[in-house]
Design a protein around this ligand. Structure first.
Ligand code: AMP
Length: 172
């Protein structure tokens, strides 16, 4: 874990002033760090019968794809509006400034699925709460939530359903 941490770059004032951005591109480009991230993420969900991993656009696509591959599960993208070509369900949620919408294909998840929803960073939790709401509407058997990094000072867990298993590899 210390090795992954050593490869995460802190960028001040990105994307706006006052935000300390945890940049994972410096970890993803490092072969050993990428391998450890994939291994550690997948260890958390082995033998849980996971059938689909939902990755949140766009940084959640990287760890989410690796996790799906490692678990022998399918990958489902949860995307910004207007990007998915077929019938979708959408969720609009409040952000610090204004609001945002995400969507998922209506036929991406079935009632037989066991799902992990993955994003790179848990900040306020607004994005993940919206993604959870979408996946929940599709009524899978079970939903897990996974992050690489959790920013505990922002208390994002409080915005996530309390009865759901939430895992983060690294907490700051
Ligand atoms: P949230 O506030 O939890 O809805 O975060 C929204 C998205 O922004 C997440 O998908 C994260 O990838 C990203 N994000 C928010 N804050 C940070 C941060 N300090 N460093 C890196 N990514 C962030």
């Amino acid at each position: 874990m210390e090795y992954i941490k050593s490869k995460i770059r802190d960028v001040e004032d990105f994307p706006t002033k006052g935000v300390l951005f945890k940049d994972l591109t410096t970890a993803f480009k490092d072969p050993r760090a990428l391998h450890i991230i994939g291994f550690d993420l997948s260890q958390l969900y082995r033998n849980k019968g996971v059938t689909k991993v939902v990755g949140i656009e766009s940084r959640g696509f990287i760890g989410g794809s690796i996790l799906a591959y490692e678990l022998g599960a399918g990958f489902v993208p949860c995307r910004k509006p207007g990007k998915l070509p077929a019938d979708t369900i959408k969720k609009t949620y409040a952000k610090e400034y204004g609001e945002d919408t995400i969507e998922i294909h209506r036929d991406a998840i079935t009632e037989d699925d066991i799902v992990v929803i993955h994003d790179d960073v848990l900040a306020t939790g607004g994005t993940m709460a919206a993604a959870y709401d979408l996946v929940k509407q599709l009524n899978p058997k079970k939903i897990y939530i996974s992050f690489i990094i959790e920013l505990s000072a922002l208390n994002g867990r409080a915005n996530l359903p309390q009865d759901v298993d939430v895992n983060s590899l690294i907490t700051y």
